[in-house]
Every structure is written in structure tokens, then in C-alpha cells.
Design a protein around this ligand. Structure first.
Ligand SMILES: Nc1ncnc2c1ncn2[C@@H]1O[C@H](COP(=O)(O)OP(=O)(O)O)[C@@H](O)[C@H]1O
Ligand SMILES: [Mg+2]
Length: 325
């Protein structure tokens, strides 16, 4: 039997979503093949719970001790959105103690968590991105800089954020300062990006049995002005259409770019690329290297449309990683 530590929680605003993802992965894991243990991360506390009793992880070897019994893990299934699971920190620790994991490595995770750096790499491979400026605390007169470089409306985003937290769409120059202040509450760096008018399309990609597979393209139709926190997590505030109702050539192109970027960025496990399609071209928004796995999340829906239920998806993710050991 393969012992799998399903890690969830973490230290970002996405903690509750990650717990839901972790529980779902634990629930749907094939018990004939794997023994899952859900381990919750909160700061320096990493623990496994049985009822009211918590069992701390021994960080020397990432093991659990139950009386005289010690459980070691063959693999970590990463379900931590945001830090420390999506930015490479956990990956660095696991690499050092020699435990494989189901998500991208240190370099890819830390690059993709940094929206500003990631879009530069993506652009260097010829994929379009929105025009943007990077603002830090020492940037002199950011409002003038933005006014000179970009055309409003713009999105003001914490550079390493997620779940649309601390983000605003700014339609008028007067809105820039409050939006920058809000984003600075989340991060020391801010990405200010021109608004791209179009449809929001997203594509899940993973490696299985040696080939890179792109799932059916999905359209996100938000009932809010954009895919903000409420649209993401309140039931009925957005529709996810799987597969997207677009010409086949458009979905093929989206899948092709996504597979290409998966390879170029060196991704592992299942990831989700988000774009705005302006009717002509795809603008890369971001890549999520630990996408949601909750009952409402997009990746499980995409996998189902591809013909895999959640159990099969999880099995494939674990097997792919164990095979490469
Ligand atoms: N440049 C842009 N043009 C149009 N819509 C955008 C742009 N940037 C972000 N958005 C909208 O905001 C949402 C969240 O932005 P994103 O960069 O994915 O941040 P997060 O990491 O918080 O999800 C997107 O899903 C999209 O709806
Ligand atoms: Mg996003």
C-alpha cells in the first residue's frame, strides 16, 4: 500500500478552499491502491487529526507517530493553494528530505507565483500578455507612471496574490491610489495590467503515461464585473461552461498554447492556464500550479469532460510522480 500525505491549509487567504480541496482528494482517493492521511498546515503547525486529537508531523522526515507505530509517506499530494504549497517553499523542504510530490518543482512554483516575472517568461516564448507595469513601495509617483505607460481600465493586483484578494479593476485615474493601497496590504509588489476585453477561457493540463494532456477548454462567465472573490466562491455567481462553446479551432489553439507553456515552464502535476480571448488572440493571465480540487472546482469538471472521474484523476497524478522516481 502506498502511503499518501494529502497536505492542505497553508498561510494564505485560500486556507478554507484548500481544506475543502484536501478533503475531496482524501475522499475520492482509491483505497485499494493508497492510504491517504490529510495533514493540515497552519504556520509551523502541521498535523493530522483523528477526532479531537492532533498528531504533529515530525519535520525531520515528514512522518507521523501513533503510539509505537510510525507512518512514513511515499508521496505528498499537494492541495495547498498559495503559500507554502504553491510558491515552492514546501517543495524545497520535500526535495531536501527526499519525498516526491504531485505538483511543480521549486523553480516553476516560485516563478509562476510571481505574476510579473511569470508573464515575462511567457511573453519571451511568444505568447501574448496584457501590457503592464510593476509597482513597488519605492516606485516614485506610480500614478503618473501608470498614466504614461498604460490605457485605463487597468487591473491592480498584488503580484504574488491569488483568489482575486486585494485586487481591483480601476476605470478612472482617481481610483488608482486607493487600489494601490489595497494591493499593498497583501504584497510589497503590485502588477498593474491593462484590461483585455474578451472571453475568459481556461485550460487544465497534466502529464499522464508520458504525454502532456490538455483537458477540454472551459469558459468562465462571471456574474460580477470580473472573476472576483465572490464570483469564485459564492454559489451561482459564475458559470463555468465545460467544454466552452467556441469554434473547434479556438479550443484547439487554447489547448496547444497550454501544452506548450506547460512544457516551457517545466510544470508537473495538474495545472490550469487562464486567458482572455479577445476574439482573435489569447492573452495569458496566469497559471495556477495547485488548482482547486473542491466539488465546485474547475479541474475536476474538466477531467470529467475528458472522461476521467476524480478518483482516476488522483490515481494518475500519483502514479505519474511515483513512476518518475
Ligand atoms: N488584464 C486583464 N484583463 C481582463 N480581465 C482580467 C485581467 N486580469 C485579471 N482579470 C480578471 O480578474 C480575475 C483574477 O485575476 P488573476 O490574475 O487570475 O488573479 P488571481 O490570482 O487572484 O486569480 C481573472 O480571472 C479575470 O476575470
Ligand atoms: Mg486567477
Amino acid at each position: 500500500m502506498v502511503n499518501v500525505a494529502v497536505v492542505a491549509g497553508g498561510d494564505s487567504g485560500e486556507f478554507p478552499i484548500s481544506i475543502k480541496s484536501g478533503k475531496q482528494v482524501e475522499l475520492y482517493m482509491d483505497r485499494d491502491l493508497f492510504s491517504p492521511y490529510l495533514i493540515v498546515f497552519k504556520g509551523a503547525k502541521w498535523s493530522y487529526r483523528i477526532g479531537q486529537k492532533g498528531f504533529p508531523v515530525d519535520k525531520n522526515d515528514f512522518s507521523l507517530t501513533f503510539g509505537h507505530r510510525k507512518v512514513r509517506f511515499d508521496i505528498v499530494f499537494n492541495a495547498i493553494h498559495g503559500t507554502p504549497g504553491e510558491d515552492g517553499r514546501l517543495q524545497g523542504y520535500l526535495d531536501m528530505i527526499g519525498i516526491p510530490y504531485t505538483s511543480s518543482d521549486v523553480t516553476t512554483s516560485s516563478l509562476t507565483m510571481n505574476k510579473n516575472l511569470c508573464k515575462q517568461v511567457v511573453a519571451s516564448h511568444g505568447v501574448k500578455t496584457a501590457r503592464s507595469v510593476h509597482v513597488v513601495k519605492t516606485t516614485a509617483d506610480p500614478v503618473t507612471l501608470i498614466g504614461n505607460e498604460l490605457v485605463l481600465p487597468v487591473f491592480v493586483k498584488p503580484n504574488c496574490g491569488g483568489s482575486s484578494v486585494g485586487m481591483s479593476k480601476v476605470n478612472h485615474k482617481e481610483g488608482l491610489n486607493p487600489a494601490l493601497e489595497l494591493a499593498f496590504q497583501e504584497d510589497d509588489g503590485i502588477l498593474v495590467e491593462e484590461f483585455i476585453q474578451g472571453r475568459e477561457l481556461t485550460c487544465g493540463v497534466m502529464k499522464s503515461e508520458g504525454s502532456i494532456i490538455a483537458f477540454p477548454v472551459t469558459e468562465i462567465i462571471s456574474k460580477k464585473e470580473y472573476f472576483d472573490y465572490e464570483a469564485k466562491y459564492r454559489k451561482g455567481m459564475s458559470d463555468e461552461v465545460v467544454p466552452a462553446v467556441v469554434p473547434e479551432s479556438v479550443s484547439k489553439q487554447c489547448q496547444e498554447i497550454s501544452r506548450f507553456l506547460y512544457e516551457k515552464l517545466g510544470c508537473k502535476g495538474v495545472v490550469r492556464f487562464d486567458y482572455i480571448f479577445n476574439g482573435n488572440e489569447f492573452y495569458f493571465l496566469e497559471v495556477n500550479t495547485v488548482p482547486g480540487m473542491t466539488a465546485a472546482s474547475i479541474i475536476p469538471k474538466m477531467a470529467r469532460a475528458h472522461g476521467w472521474n476524480l478518483t482516476e484523476l488522483i490515481t494518475r497524478l500519483i502514479k505519474e510522480e511515483l513512476k518518475s522516481q
